[in-house]
Design a protein around this ligand. Structure first.
Ligand code: PMP
Length: 375
């Protein structure tokens, strides 16, 4: 089996899993309880929070709230900020290639009188100049660090300059595909979202990091957990596992990045050699963890299925939208033609990916392009 769909999810890291078990089995109290078991659980929760902020260099500037994943983090950031800051204005900016948890959260606010404004992509990432053109009345800009379908990396410095010049417009960075992979700084973002399962922690864990002093309106009515921002008994073991996985991914971030760049280059070279059969969607700023290409003469979904039958897992558009339809709105937004957008294949690497995986994929693709009927 060759698994090359790490942008969808990955295996839990053994060290993070044993951290989970340690807390779940031995320190399982409710961190809100005022007795020794509660204090013990709270100690682990505090350590998890401190670790996340330290690893990302955000201890002085941000608070960390644990929740169920990036989808919840994006919902809370967007709906919570809109409710808290509606007196400032009504416009909410979002990149045309954002994850559905961002786009649908923003669009849902239109019913309440907010004005969603889509920012076009340039080089596969939200165009900083278009942000400036749309700044009037904007209270929030929702922009991703790395696109989950294409690996296009955003110009975060340009977003931070925009944020500085427009103090009424908060900045949410969806860092889900960047955290633990690329050495980016998030200090100047107001809100940062990510999921645990993309970095070796468990599904159902994630975090929203919030600039100190910024008060979001909570989505869930309930108790005062997570300083009242996210009610519900905290998943302490999940949060601790997330923190340990994040720490681990940062400890070997640079060497993994260099290794992954070699895999990206090898695959890129192999795909280029498949003369006229695929179109690679690469970008001026590119994460080597994701490579997206379109099949030009075959149905991508048939090739993806054929690969799966040969024991090779890749994705045709992202797992989040692949059930509905196969056309990639991200590729459409970055200017790909209709046929190309309808036939995308995404290959995404993880820590354990190897040259052998890439060679296996290329060989299987070569076979399938010969076997499968052309469109
Ligand atoms: N944002 C991005 C960029 C993502 O890639 C994903 C996961 N595909 C999410 C948000 C949502 O993460 P989750 O499904 O873990 O909530």
């Amino acid at each position: 089996m060759i698994y090359l769909d790490h942008a969808a999810t990955g295996a839990v890291s053994p060290a993070a899993l044993s951290a989970y078990l340690e807390v779940a089995q031995n320190h399982w109290g409710n961190p809100s309880s005022i007795h020794a078991f509660g204090y013990e659980a709270k100690r682990y929760l505090d350590k998890a929070r401190k670790t996340v902020l330290e690893v990302l260099g955000l201890s002085r500037t941000h608070d960390c709230y644990f929740l169920s994943g990036a989808s919840e983090a994006n919902n809370l950031a967007i709906k919570g900020a809109a409710a808290s800051f509606k007196s400032r204005g009504r416009k909410i900016l979002y990149g045309a290639g954002e994850h559905p948890s961002v786009i649908n959260s923003v669009l849902s606010l239109a019913k309440e009188g907010f004005e969603p404004a889509s920012i076009p992509l340039i080089g596969g990432a939200p165009d900083p100049d278009a942000l400036k053109l749309n700044k009037e009345g904007a209270i929030l800009a929702c922009l991703m660090a790395v696109n989950n379908e294409t690996g296009a990396v955003s110009d975060l410095d340009a977003f931070y300059s925009f944020r500085l010049a427009n103090p009424k417009c908060l900045l949410l960075i969806d860092a889900t595909q960047a955290i633990g992979k690329l050495p980016l700084s998030y200090r100047q973002a107001d809100l940062i979202s990510f999921s645990g399962h993309k970095i070796g922690a468990l599904k159902g864990s994630g975090a929203l990091l919030v600039k100190k002093g910024l008060r979001l309106t909570p989505l869930i009515d309930g108790g005062e957990q997570e300083s009242g921002v996210r009610a519900g008994t905290v998943n302490v073991a999940g949060a601790y596992c997330l923190a340990m996985a994040l720490k681990e991914s940062h400890s070997d971030l640079k060497s993994n990045l260099a290794k992954t760049q070699r895999l990206y280059d090898l695959l890129h070279q192999g795909l280029r050699a498949m003369d006229g059969l695929v179109k690679i969607h690469d970008h001026p700023r590119q994460s080597p963890y994701v490579i997206c290409f379109s099949t030009l003469h075959h149905k991508a979904s048939v090739i993806v299925e054929g690969l799966s039958n040969k024991g090779i897992m890749v994705s045709s558009v992202s797992a989040c939208s692949s059930k509905k339809e196969n056309t990639s709105y991200v590729l459409e937004a970055e200017g790909a033609g209709k046929e190309e957008a309808a036939n995308p294949i995404r290959v995404s690497f993880g820590k354990g990916s190897s040259e052998e995986d890439v060679r296996g994929l290329l060989a299987a693709l070569g076979q399938l392009f010969n076997e499968v009927k052309k469109i």
